[in-house]
Design a binder for this molecule. Structure first.
Ligand SMILES: [Zn+2]
Length: 383
């Protein structure tokens, strides 16, 4: 493969990746560049000008990466670095089978996620949180997570891994963060500070050192992350003296899964904006010259609650006797009534008739520029 070919197939792979994951091409390019050891795509492109080309192994690894890419709506807005890191996790995913159903098990930012066809089980980093079972449909007899035997086995794998992940977190933290001293004093794992009582910014709960350590610095009351836990309630006048202790009555069975149906089928929300877009598009179908195209683009379209649409067409741009046939057809398809009206407004360019002479925008632009040029003051008349 030649140099140019390799670069363009990298671009193509990034494009495919971007589509699959609904991120911008720009983000996908940076991601691919990151996988090849560059800070971003611009760096990769300039290296390629200096004779760098990806090796065949590198090409293969990017191909594999794209092929195994998972939809990941949640890092659409992600920073390339964060995304690259996330992919490192995804690549470590383990694959296996339970009772004939394939699964993938991976750790993403301390959450353990097991996923298969139409289902996933997430064990949040917070030890107090219940596992979340998500399915794309209600129990239709096909999704294995509704089978108690399957679920038991899957959960045991997920929980086993979560215990391991929590162990790794504790290892990274100071010993005093997970092991209170005799007075119940613990150290905040992220920004230090020692105390036997802690406060949750999120729910205003007062938490003992032993509680917070045992819960890996997640609020036992509301599940807030270590970022929300402070040794004084600086947001209270009395530093938190009067705040109530968090309730950890043990009523929540941490291992009882929380089932959720996530219906990710595409759903049509035919709102005013979308109706307007379709009607305008249809007006463009009806437009036979530039004048009418401008008329379609400038038309005022409004939709009312009773599913009627008003189309106001500029009289100088759209012939009064011309029926927007396609717009009527589209409105009928959408089940809405059309009201047509004329309007008189300021048109964008003088001589609307010019636009009737052509259907080519470039041809029109030239005619319009020439027409205006005739009215420019000649240089010797300038004051
Ligand atoms: Zn809380």
């Amino acid at each position: 493969m030649t140099e140019a070919k390799k670069l363009s197939s990298l671009k193509l792979l990034a494009k495919r990746y971007a589509r699959a994951n609904r991120i911008t091409l720009h983000q996908a390019l940076d991601l691919v560049a990151g996988k090849l050891g560059f800070a971003n795509w611009t760096k990769l492109a300039s290296a390629s000008k200096n004779d760098w080309i990806p090796s065949s192994e590198q090409m293969a690894s990017i191909e594999a990466f794209v092929a195994h890419a998972l939809p990941a709506a949640d890092f659409q807005a992600g920073h390339p670095e964060a995304m690259t890191r996330r992919f490192a996790y995804l690549e470590q995913a383990e694959h296996g089978m339970i009772g004939g159903h394939a699964y993938r098990l991976q750790v993403a930012l301390h959450d353990v996620i097991m996923a298969g066809d139409g289902w996933s089980i997430t064990m949040p980093e917070n030890p107090g949180a219940a596992p979340i079972v998500e399915t794309s449909t209600e129990n239709d007899g096909r999704c294995p997570v509704f089978d108690p035997e399957f679920l038991r086995e899957a959960l045991s794998l997920v929980i086993e891994r979560a215990v391991q992940v929590r162990g790794e977190i504790s290892t990274d933290w100071p010993r005093r963060s997970t092991k209170p001293d005799l007075d119940g004093v613990v150290r905040h794992p992220l920004w230090g500070g020692e105390s036997d009582v802690w406060f949750c910014l999120h729910c205003d709960g007062k938490i003992t050192g032993a509680q917070i350590a045992q819960n890996l610095w997640h609020c036992p009351g509301c599940g807030a992350s270590p970022l929300d836990i402070f040794d004084t309630a600086f947001w209270c006048d009395d530093g938190g003296e009067s705040l109530p202790s968090v309730r950890t009555d043990g009523a929540v069975d941490g291992d009882k899964p929380d089932f959720r149906v996530v219906d990710d089928r595409p759903k049509l929300d035919l709102n005013e904006e979308k109706i307007t877009l379709l009607i305008r598009c249809a007006l463009l179908d009806d437009a036979t010259n530039i004048s009418e195209k401008l008329g379609a683009l400038q038309a005022q379209i409004s939709v009312d609650d009773e599913k009627g649409v008003w189309i106001s067409l500029e009289e100088d741009l759209w012939p009064q006797d011309k029926e927007p046939v396609q717009a009527f057809v589209v409105a009928a398809q959408l089940g809405i009534e059309v009201e047509l009206e004329s309007m008189w407004s300021t048109i964008p360019f003088a001589w609307p008739g010019l636009g009737e002479l052509t259907s080519s925008t470039s041809e029109y632009t030239q005619m319009m520029l020439d027409a205006y040029a005739q009215y420019e003051p000649s240089p010797d008349k300038k004051t």
